[in-house]
Unconditional design. Sequence first.
Lengths: 96, 96
Amino acid sequence: MAAGKPKMLSKRQRELIAKALSDPRRVEILKQIGSGNCVACGDIRARQDVSAATLSHHMKELEMAGLIEIAREGKYANLTLRRDVLRAYLDHLAAI
Amino acid sequence: MAAGKPKMLSKRQRELIAKALSDPRRVEILKQIGSGNCVACGDIRARQDVSAATLSHHMKELEMAGLIEIAREGKYANLTLRRDVLRAYLDHLAAI
DNA sequence: TCATCAATTCGACAGTTATCGAAGTATCAA
DNA sequence: TTGATACTTCGATAACTGTCGAATTGATGA
């Protein structure tokens, strides 16, 4: 089964990920993205009571951390969870 | 081995853990505690360039999150990593 | 008792961040 | 072209947080 190549994260990226995961709302967003295959920002707004501006801000944080990928298509932004990155982060912490 | 009983964390505790892990210095401290069996605050200060006040603050954060246990003995504080709690947190995130 | 040492608490400050409304930028449809 | 939709950027604000020095508490030893 597809263990895939073990991904290496820089110290810097691990810090960004930890920071990204420290906000409950972002974790919720991440779960929502992970539950579907590909989600648009609008779908998320429909479930999270948050302004478009705030949501956009969170998306940027998640993207900078490398936890999601944002594929802009026309006026939509399709979001996908980078499971390999999340996995690498968890693996690192598990080694403590 | 000893997978032990799977530990259940409340949403609240998961948030505290995520917050605790979001500061790089706290992660370092956690690693240091995890590397030995039982460490005193002084040992940590010896390696982390930080004031006693700041260190004490971080310890409280880690303890509140449930990530460490602080056993006070005389004038020393002996710290142990709660691996079961960390594991439970990681397991939860892995389920995303 | 007195001095010392380990750790905590307090008060303050600087830097960060989650949040919003408003304005801006594309995109698409009529 | 006009209007609507989807998201982003900007500016501001309130709340939070990491940090320290100083004062405090509690234990130990001379």
